[in-house]
Design a protein. Sequence first.
Lengths: 271, 495
Amino acid sequence: MHHGNHFYGHAHVLAGYCGLDPDAPPRIDGYLQHGWNVVDGLGAGTPYAPGRPIFVWSQRTRRRAWSMGRPLATVIGSPFLYLLRSTPDEAVADGSREGTIWYPFHGWEGQKVSGDHHRLIDEITATEPGPVTFCLYWNEFQDSRIRALYERAGRVICHGYRGYMRMRTDHRFLHHQLAELRRHRRVASNRLSTAILYGTAAGCDPAVYGDPMYLDREHTPTADRIRREWPELHGAAPDPEKARATVLAELGDGHLAAPAELRAILGWVTT
Amino acid sequence: MIRMIGGEMPEYAEERLPAGGDLYRHLTGRLPTGIRVLVAGPHDTGLVEALARHREVTCLVRSQPDAEKIRVDGVTVLCGTLSQLTDTDRYDAVIALDGTGRLCSPEESPLDWTASVRVLKRALRPGGTLLLTVENELGVHRLVDPGTPTADRAADAWHPLGEFGSAPGRPDRLAAALGAEGLPVAGLAAAWPLPSSASLLVTPETLRYGPLDALAALAAAAAATAYQGRPVLSDPRRLAAAAVRRGIGAELAPAWLAVAQRAPRPGQAVPFAPALVAGPSGAITEIVGASDGSWLRRAAHGPAESPGPLPAGRLLEERLLSAALRHDLPELRRLLTGWMSELPMVAAGNVLVDGDRYAVLDPAVPELPDALARLAHTLITGGYHHPWPGVTDVTRLIAVLAGASGLTDAPGLIGPPDRHSRREQEGQLEALRRRLADAEARAGFFEVELEKREAELGRAKTQIAAFSGSLGYRAAKAGLVLARAARNRITKGRS
């Protein structure tokens, strides 16, 4: 239905899990939550067709969506968790996890981050015990000035382009991300974000520290609230077990639907 | 033989069914033989016949046509109004399982409950036994009734008091009231699902300390049978089960049955088992406590329908609904998977679940191939929140539930769905209004989207036309036209 369902290849991952063609996911009867947030699971300001269901990751998000006037929410868990559970982890077998994958906070295409990249990089190299891989958002990755800054401190990668209006979507965005996460021991960022949740679920120890940097006209109380509400995920070395429990709940662990159930929920029943 | 005692109703026949049923018949059958019995008020002829086999029976009815229909050997029929009953005839037992509501005729000022009981008491010998049903004006049957007794238009509703009447409103008050009239109570039970035909009798103690989950399931099952096809305000099964489970089963029971004695006399009482259940085949099962604290079912009359230990656990349907309401998907999937692998053909309302054990409550109930579809129907039309609010179509919800049960598909509804209560209808109306409003809003949303896309398409067409209408293309096209014309002229010249 909405092009947001195709962001990061979410619809593609779910189609593959349901036994359908992962390159041509059928139309989803509703809207998928495409990233972790502290509102109703949907992207702010995106117009959604009224009365259509939304498919959120966790019970907490579902309850919040209800309180925000979105009663048609169904918890299905995050597509990343479906991918994680159905992709064998080869890195664990050979014990080759090493270093930290670091996600500098980014906005999306229309937003600009203000902050001091130099100071942040210094803090990261002082904190991280091993080699650091910087994962930049695609627009920062394409900015040679920013990329050069990070390249001086470590390896720089980009998982791909999440897509827009179903154009140039990297269907295997999450696959790239999962493979990278599984190569690292730690996952870190200067803001608690989706990537931290994914990394923790994929077996990395999380860390959230450093200059949080702010977006243009950002609603700072929300950022403050996130730090207050999820202290177990903040700091240079939070307790990994506590962090993992929180992360799995936020990603909807235990709520993943079986393929037949998911097909019926998403409107992929052919009968 | 009919004796007109005064105040009879020559033209009127009772409109509602008399008190009866297998359970009442079983109870009256346990009165000692050889005694004199007065059956006061309309009672089922079968019950009178069974009583009269070994006892001297007199019936008291107000309707003359009904009196004439009682043609049972050896039975004396008194036709008239209650207050005309004299104390010249005394009985060892008085049976008033229809209560006191249909004993007086229009020919006398209506007697209130206490006055009626006093007349019945006078008809008892010292030590005699009274079997009296008292309707609970706030019982579940009243709470789900779309009508109200205070507005009743029936031909015998000349004195429609309903809950404004003086009958006791609680089982303990009933016992106290009878005690105060010199009729100490020897036994008391809450009756389900209807006052005139109970199929489940449970003592108040059992409703406090007994196997409440199983009793709740039995009360719900009793209501399900009695209310099939009857209009209701809300689902009596849920109300009955919730009342029993939450400890107010005795208070919300449709009626209470009291066994009282005019001065106690040993051997005359009708002892109550903790619970008595009448099965569909007429067999009576009693539920009794075992020494180890568990509960057993055993036959009290007729073949044992399901002897042995009473299954523990809660009604599956309630567990499913409560998991759905809590949006507890893991629990819901566990229950669905367990149910569909253990007892896929048994209705959720007939399964008790205890941990991972699934047991049939009443094996006499026929199998149901569309049990899962019926749950889907209940979730959508029954006014319950569930984890898939976006699915508004029963067929699709069946597919979701099948998937959540570990099945690939499940049969759809076979036969008509369960009747809806008025409250459910109201809920469905509200849901339809919401869906209509959403659909209208969505149509507006799509129009705006369509306009945007049309504008984009228009721009794209202009671009395409501009490129396809380039100078070289137009020159080539003109050349082609000229060449065709030349060829045509040549072909014409030849012919």
